[in-house]
Design a binder for this molecule. Sequence first.
Ligand SMILES: C[S@@+](CC[C@H](N)C(=O)[O-])C[C@H]1O[C@@H](n2cnc3c(N)ncnc32)[C@H](O)[C@@H]1O
Length: 222
Amino acid sequence: MSSPPARRPADLDIVRDSYDRVADNYAHLVATTGLGDIRTHPWLRAAVDAFADAVDALGPVLDVGCGPGTVTAYLEQRGVRISGVDLSPRMIENARRLHPEYSFSVASATDLDLADSSLGGVLGWWSLFNLPRDVLPLVLTSFAQALVPGGQLIIATHVGDDDVTRTEAYGGVPVSWTTYQWQPEQLTALMEKAGLRAVAELRLAADQHSGPAVVLAAQRDG
Ligand SMILES: C[S@@+](CC[C@H](N)C(=O)[O-])C[C@H]1O[C@@H](n2cnc3c(N)ncnc32)[C@H](O)[C@@H]1O
């Protein structure tokens, strides 16, 4: 059995092209400023370390929207059996260049054909905020079904109420995407509706990231 892929957003190709355009700058910013490098951010690193401990020996982990693979590599080096997928082929080229020893492939969170009860953990690390409001619940349900009992989902995302139109990002590169902000309570409700139980929440003040943000973890029971 496998979960049916979630519905494909209408603007997926536009979002992919945008991330392809920013991918090289993004990887450069990771290398030169520590962007996305949790080792430079004590609270985010603590959350990812807790996730690593929680998924220990449960099964393989999937980093969905892995970008250049910074967190994927961090977790692999912590002993987690992990692979990364990303919508953007250029992000995946960067991930393979920077971390040639690890496993990366191109796929959208909405098109994954995940076998039921096949994963010990799933990360959506700053990578689910472009999913339209009616698509994110379907993606969370596909993640929940793919987790083994006890399996863990962790997501990091921007907090707010707005649909923010972005026209440039990561060093002034032209992009075209919407950042869907959420309140933590809304996300917790979505995760629980998907069949998960919320287990942890870390709210980051605006000066701890690029605006208010939250890390949420949830577990598949039973
Ligand atoms: C802000 S970057 C974060 C990358 C990485 N997780 C990190 O923390 O450095 C957002 C990533 O999500 C990816 N992304 C956006 N929509 C996606 C989707 N539908 N499926 C998979 N990846 C997606 C983008 O291509 C991009 O690499």
